[in-house]
Structure formats: C-alpha cells, structure tokens
Design a binder for this molecule. Structure first.
Ligand code: MSP
Length: 474
C-alpha cells in the first residue's frame, strides 16, 4: 500500500425508469476520471469507485406496470442498458450497485433499526403533494405555477398517510456546525452557502417510510411499511463497501451528484449518518446542469442526446474530452453538436492527433528513446486541477503544452535535417518527453489515447500508428 492512503468516490445511483441520460453519464464520467487519477497515484487496490442503480419506489413501480412487467423483471431488463452505456464510455467502476441486491436490504434494515432504537424515528401522518418524478414531497415554496419545476408535465399527487419520520430538525444545528467547521465540505462554495441558508431558516422532519408502496424494502420494526426510496438509496454508499468487506474505504472521499439532488446528499444523508454514529463523507460536490442547444434537455421536447450517440460520433476518448472540457465542473453550461464538432476537429484531430502523427514520423528510427521511468507522475499544475475537480483546467494546461510543443517543432524544423540523425534526435528528445508527459496527464480523461502514446512513444523505438489518432469527422 502506497502512503497508506485510500480513495473512495461515488456517483448517485440512477433511476432505471429510462435508458441512461447524458446527465448521468456526465456525473459517472467525472467519478471515473477521479478513480483513474487516484489509481495511478495510489494503486488500483487502494481506490474504490461505486456507481449503480436506484430500483425501488413508486416511479419504478409505475413504469414497470406500464411496461406490463413485474417490477423486478422490469429493472432487470433496464440495468444492462446502463452497464452497456458505461462500457461504451470506458467507465471503469469497481462495483455496480443495485438496490434490489438482498445484501443491501439486510444492511439498510440493520442501520435503520439502530437509528430507530436511538430514538430518532417516530410515527406520524404526512399530508402533502408528491412528485413521482422526483420521488419527493413538494412544498409551496418549491412549486412554480403550482407544479414541480423539474417535472411540470406531471401532476402532483395528494397524499395523506401514516409515515415514520426522522428527526431531521434535531440535527440542523449539528449540521450547520459540521459544515462551518469543515467536518464535511460542500462544494462549490455557492452551493454550500445555499445549504447553510436553508438550514438556518429551519428544517422540518422528513418522512422515511411509505405505507402504500409495496415495491421497496420493508421497515424491520413495522413491515407493513416500506422505506422511502430516497433514504434507502442514500445508504447504498455505505451498504456497498460494508457487504463487500471493503469497510476500510469508509468514509467516501468524494461524492458526486447534480445540483438538483444536493439537499438529499448534503443534509438528509449526513443527518442520518450522525444518527447512526457513522463518520461523514469528506466532500460533497454538486456539478451544474447543462442545456442542449440552449434548451432544457427533454425527451418530450425531442431535445436529447444519449451517451451512446456522443461516443459513436467522437469515440469514447473524444466524448469524454468534449464533455469535460465544455465548461467547468460545478457550473451550468450548454452543449451543442456544433461546438462539439468544432472542438473535436481543432483540439483532437488537429491539436493532439496532429502532434502525435508528425512527431512519430520525425522520430521514427532515431535514437532518442524515452524511458517510462522518465514520466512517473502528473505535472504539478495538472495534478492540482484534478484534485480540485477542475477537469477543464487540467485539460487547458495539457493543451497549452501541446501547442508549445507544436511551436517548438515549427521553430526547429527538424524535417529539414537530412544527414545528421544525432542532431535530429537531440531536437526530438524534448518533444518526445513532452508527449510522454501529455500521455500521462491525459490518462484519466482520455485513457485509450494515453495507452497508445505509451505504447508508441515510450520505449526503445518510436513507431508511427497505422491509423489516425483521431478520425476526421465525416
Ligand atoms: N436516484 C436518484 C439518486 C439517488 S442517489 C442515492 C436520482 N437518479 S437520477 O437518475 O435522476 O439521476 C440523474 C443524475 O443526472 C443526477 O446526478 C442529475 O443531477 C444528473 N442530471 C440529470 N439531468 C442533468 C442535466 N441536464 N445536466 C447535468 N446533469 C443532470 O436522482
């Protein structure tokens, strides 16, 4: 074990009512980048990356019914679509978690029994408007024109039923204190402030069970009720490593999610962990939302793009690069085919691809080998950017080096040297060194091309690739 350090990163577990969305791909890709980054630093065995699917609750039960299937058959039929999409995008997770795994039910029941026994759960009646799309109660202040802002096309459902409640209100002061003392970090800073403001405004207790939903995990002390899908799902981050005997990874170093589900992850989750007397995650990072061509991504508006389509057009490395360099992780942004096409051609075909092709040709047969020992670590600035989740900044730094290397070649014009291989080799040496460093630095985001660079450029001889590094767009 190097440094005795470990790294545990999570993504939300995704609803299986539909095929994977580019939004879920984005979150999962960021987690994959961090996992790859830390695997190179700490060794594969010291990194644990968990993603998966959220399979219980009213929404999934309704979709299953619409599909004319039993819920379990329905979820079993959708899960492979996620696995396939992640494989296409080169997502190298350590464990694909499913909430229908019986080991999860067992651990969730144990931990909630503990919270119940500690006196933090009581029975009450809930009356309110429920959004099945979000799987949560919507308050007056959440509503826009009397509807859920995220699912304006879905009617809110009036619900009144007996529920078990968790004493979230009791934990609000403790959470404020924990956030202010950086016991756990909520990032970006603006999100942390939003959460603090809302906590300071006072919070109500939250319901953690459903009486009318049978597609869920029964409450151990009152099995007529099932767990509210959100609280059960949140515990996946803990039950996974627990039932896999990977408890040494607890607590997570980074939990990634979109800003829409930050309240669950930065408040309810930590309060439940405090109640269960478990250590808190270190960083909760909420990325922004993106639009497509300036408009909300929406199936009903026909404004969508799937992860598969992006990979099909630009390859997996290309798709990963384009998504991560489009805007900074943590901000909102816009995606479009035009900007993807433009950036793909400029940065990958002409930028990196061209530098690799011309350098390989120039260095072929020369005695200027770069040993892999010469490139042992990330460049300093790039490393800091990855660790700060500033993926776009890391890429900007690498592309600066690509441009500088190109400039150097243009200035030195090694192609003009015809009969002095030693001089040519001397000129090419820094080029090859830069390329090897580029290969190392892009490895978390562009793993395929990084591997190819290592194979073609690092070693005793440089060998040109037999096809372009990045195919031109047709
Ligand atoms: N099942 C819950 C999470 C439970 S975690 C204990 C859930 N699932 S989800 O399938 O809806 O998650 C979708 C993910 O995609 C979220 O991280 C969400 O923020 C992200 N995105 C969905 N649309 C998005 C955009 N338009 N832009 C960026 N990301 C967005 O929530």
């Amino acid at each position: 074990m190097k440094n005795g350090k470990t790294f545990y990163v999570t993504t939300p577990i995704y609803y299986v009512n539909a095929a994977p969305h580019v939004g879920s791909f984005y979150t999962t890709l960021a987690a994959d980048i961090l996992a790859r980054y830390y695997r190179a630093k700490l060794g594969r065995e010291n990194v644990y990356f968990q993603t998966g699917t959220d399979e219980h609750g009213q929404k999934i039960a309704e979709y299953a019914e619409k599909a004319g299937k039993e819920p379990k058959d329905f979820v079993d039929s959708v899960v492979p679509e996620f696995k396939k999409a992640w494989e296409l995008g080169d997502i190298d997770y350590d464990f694909f978690f499913r909430t229908t795994d019986p080991r999860h039910a067992e651990k969730v029941s144990e931990i909630f029994q503990k919270i119940y026994d500690a006196g933090y759960i009581y029975k009450g009646t809930y009356e309110g408007l429920y959004c099945v799309g979000c799987e949560k109660f919507i308050t007056e202040s959440d509503m826009v024109n009397g509807r859920c802002p995220l699912h304006p096309d879905k009617d809110l459902i009036e619900q009144k039923e007996e529920n078990y409640f968790f004493k979230l209100s009791e934990f609000a002061p403790k959470l404020i204190d924990a956030i202010e003392r950086n016991q756990y970090i909520i990032a970006p800073e603006k999100r942390k402030n939003e959460i603090l403001n809302r906590l300071q405004g006072g919070v109500e207790d939250v319901s953690i069970s459903r009486e009318s939903i049978s597609w869920g995990i029964p409450i151990p002390w009152d099995p007529k009720h099932t767990f509210y899908v959100w609280v059960e799902a949140l515990f996946d981050y803990w039950t996974g490593p627990k039932f896999l005997d990977k408890g040494q990874f607890w607590p997570p170093n980074v939990q990634l999610l979109g800003k829409d589900i930050l309240w669950f992850h930065a408040v309810i989750w930590e309060a439940l962990l405090l109640a269960a007397e478990l250590p808190l995650p270190k960083l909760i990072f909420a990325h922004g939302f993106f639009t497509l061509n300036g408009q909300k991504i929406s199936k009903s508006l026909g404004n969508t793009i799937s992860p598969e389509e992006i990979v099909e057009s630009y390859g997996s490395d290309g798709a990963r690069y384009l998504l991560m360099s489009a805007f900074s992780f943590g901000n909102d942004g816009d995606l479009s085919r035009d900007s993807f096409n433009e950036k793909y051609t400029a940065d990958l075909v002409h930028g990196l691809g061209n530098l690799l092709a011309r350098s390989a040709k120039l260095a072929e047969g020369l005695d200027a080998p770069i040993s892999s020992i010469d490139v042992l670590d990330y460049s300093e600035g790039v490393s800091a950017d990855y660790e700060a989740l500033a993926f776009d900044q890391a890429l900007i730094k690498v592309w600066d080096l690509i441009r500088d290397t190109d400039k150097y070649l243009n200035e030195k014009e090694p192609w003009k040297i015809k009969d002095d291989p030693a001089r040519k080799a001397k000129i090419m040496e820094p080029v090859l060194r830069n390329i090897a460093q580029i290969g190392y630095d892009i490895q978390p985001v562009l793993p395929k091309i990084a591997e190819l660079i290592l194979e073609k450029f690092v070693g005793s001889v440089v060998t040109p690739a037999d096809k372009p590094y990045f195919e031109k767009l047709r």
